[in-house]
Design a binder for this molecule. Structure first.
Ligand SMILES: O=C(CO)COP(=O)(O)O
Length: 214
């Protein structure tokens, strides 16, 4: 199982979370990536943790003020990026162009989607992974793997029917090892989570609890 910790714009200490994630990943052997704010990519990457951008823009070098250039994210130490997060939605054509940008910069990609139908659509664009995250469960602490298990199994089936080499992750409300193994049992090969770690008093303990059953 892959774990991607999305720090969103939460007021946490990105270096503290990144250091905890690197330590827990080293100790457990579980792949854990941290996706901080773009301005924190370098500091997070310097901890040695696998570092992802939360988004990259569908642009090339040029006159694109305010963009997050894939090459700049990679220069700062990112090796992957989320795309089309529920809080950073893109049109299909822009997802496609952002995937091209990520590929140019050699970034691994995980394209998010709200439901299984959208998973099928984005799996067709050839990302490295897709992630189903029902928006109504994001940030609630109610895990998708328990509250809405069908959405995970249907997403796995939808991706498989398009391209069976694309792994499906899931996210929303995941915070414990039990949530993570429930996701795994439904066919997910990874999880995305945010508040369970970014808002935890002790992010390291939260991550240890998450990977304990693996
Ligand atoms: O949006 C998410 C991860 O990208 C999920 O957020 P929560 O873990 O806070 O529900």
């Amino acid at each position: 199982m892959k774990v991607v910790v999305n720090l969103k714009a939460y007021p946490c200490n990105p270096v503290e979370v990144a250091t905890a994630a690197r330590e827990v990943s080293d100790e457990s052997g579980v792949a854990i990536a941290v996706a901080p704010q773009a301005a924190h990519l370098q500091r997070v990457a310097d901890t040695g943790v696998e570092t992802w951008a939360q988004h990259v823009s569908a642009v090339e070098h040029g006159s694109h003020t305010g963009s997050t250039l894939a090459e700049a994210a990679a220069d700062a130490g990112a090796t992957g990026t989320l795309l089309n997060h529920s809080e950073r939605r893109l049109k299909l054509a822009d997802i496609d162009a952002a995937l091209d940008a990520a590929e140019r910069a050699d970034l691994e990609t995980c394209v998010c989607a709200n439901d299984p139908d959208q998973i099928g659509a984005v799996a067709a664009l050839g990302p490295d992974a897709v992630a189903v995250e029902p928006p109504e469960l994001i940030g609630t602490g109610t895990p998708v793997s328990k509250a809405d298990p069908d959405i995970v199994t249907d997403a796995v089936a939808a991706a498989e029917s398009v391209d069976d080499s694309v792994p499906v992750y899931c996210g929303a409300g995941i915070s414990t090892g039990e949530d993570l193994t429930a996701a795994q049992d439904l066919g997910a090969e990874g999880v995305l989570l945010a508040s369970g770690v970014a808002k935890a008093d002790d992010p390291k303990a939260a991550l240890e609890d998450l990977v304990a059953p693996l």
